[in-house]
Design a protein around this ligand. Structure first.
Ligand code: GTR
Length: 383
């Protein structure tokens, strides 16, 4: 419940729009040396690398890209719940680095009807009640619906890469494959590890004859929505990135301090973000960036956010502002029709622009079929 989250703030969470600080955000288009950035060349050559490095060092921490060897083998351990519609590949992905090995599990459903290669949707899963292979009727991972619409769909559980706990998050790839990252203020933490897992799933897709890896969609909800955004900033192989209700440290502007704050998230989840992020506990105004700069790291590839009305802890308005301000990279640098025209308070339906999209629905914090249904309309237009 919200109550159990709220005790992690030292101060009461703010839900009063009148108490949101007047926003003074760092300019996406002014470089650290003060240069006005207006061209694709300057964006890709100067400003994007600067912003990427700021997020890496001050917010999320590094995702190491190197390893020695990767191999894939198929297991056969879980019953396929949809034998008529899809084949199920239970893939063990084994990665070696410096003589050490880590194995993770990926579950992939491939449609039986239609001719591949198929576009693919990967969900980074983290909920204990939806362990790999077990499906959720409520729509968190709507395998049947996705298969029926001609997608291959895959999922891995975040904990097969790094446990989602303060005490044990290093007991995955961090201590095994990348121990030199431990203790660095900008080193690999849990989000980076989960993102690394998504990249290894993509490695599998790329060599799979039945998968069209150029038509790939990365999806995360809440903590894995934040992860999906950072992953896609690191890995340009994802065509569309979807962050549902990713809130603080994801879609939402930190400087609004509405609902979950930097301090609240760092206290409760000190293993998610780079240690450097704690410098901004109750000092959001000192951040050299804000979350409106994150979509620009994914541009020109498509990005999609969604919110839920009752999910105030994630600050729906802050999520919308983050995307609508960030979409300037799409429109001004890449010439896309991606200008948001509507104030948050005036929204009456989804905003689906060129390569950038958003919806807000009624109800609580969750990833449900309604979110997928609206998002899939955007996918149809953008994949
Ligand atoms: C909350 C956390 C949020 C969000 C959420 C989730 O408790 O405060 O930042 O990540 O968990 O992942 O469901």
């Amino acid at each position: 419940t919200l109550f159990s989250m709220e005790i992690y703030s030292q101060t009461e969470p703010n839900y009063d729009e009148n108490k949101v600080p007047a926003l003074s955000l760092p300019d996406i288009f002014i470089s650290q040396k003060g240069k006005l950035i207006q061209t694709k060349e300057d964006w890709e050559g100067i400003r994007r690398p600067e912003i990427f490095r700021l997020f890496e060092s001050e917010v999320y921490g590094t995702i190491p890209k190197d390893f020695d060897e990767i191999s894939f083998s198929l297991a056969n351990e879980t019953g396929n719940p949809y034998p008529e519609l899809a084949s199920l590949e239970e893939v063990n992905i084994t990665v070696n680095r410096n003589g050490k090995t880590h194995a993770m599990r990926l579950n992939l459903f491939l449609p039986k009807s239609g001719k591949g290669p198929f576009p693919v949707i990967l969900l980074i899963n983290y909920l204990p009640k939806y362990k790999d292979g077990k499906l959720n009727e409520e729509g968190f991972w709507p395998v049947k619906e996705l298969i029926e619409r001609g997608f291959a769909t895959a999922s891995f559980h975040a904990e097969t890469v790094a446990p989602d706990l303060t005490e044990s998050y290093q007991k995955g790839i961090i201590s095994t494959l990348y121990p030199e990252q431990i203790g660095k203020p900008d080193g690999l933490k849990a989000f980076g590890a989960w993102g690394w897992g998504a990249m290894r799933a993509m490695d599998y897709f790329e060599q799979h004859p039945q998968i069209d890896s150029k038509k790939s969609v990365l999806v995360g909800h809440s903590r894995t929505g934040k992860t999906a955004l950072w992953t896609s900033a690191n890995d340009p192989r994802w065509a569309i990135t979807y962050a549902n209700e990713s809130g603080c440290g994801g879609a939402a502007l930190s400087r609004r301090k509405y609902g979950e704050t930097v301090e609240a998230i760092n206290r409760r989840f000190p293993y998610w973000f780079a240690d450097n992020f704690r410098k901004y506990n109750d000092h959001e105004e000192e951040l050299p960036l804000d979350q409106h700069m994150l979509p620009g790291l994914i541009a020109p590839r498509a990005v999609y956010y969604s919110s839920a009305r009752e999910d105030r802890w994630a600050d729906p308005k802050g999520e919308y502002l983050g995307l609508s301000l960030g979409s300037r990279v799409y429109s001004e640098i890449y010439g896309k029709k991606a200008e948001f025209q509507t104030e948050f308070e005036q929204l009456t339906g989804p905003v689906h622009l060129e390569s950038v999209g958003y919806h807000i629905r009624e109800g609580k914090h969750d990833l449900i079929w309604e979110d997928w249904r609206i998002f899939l309309e955007f996918v149809k237009e953008n994949l």
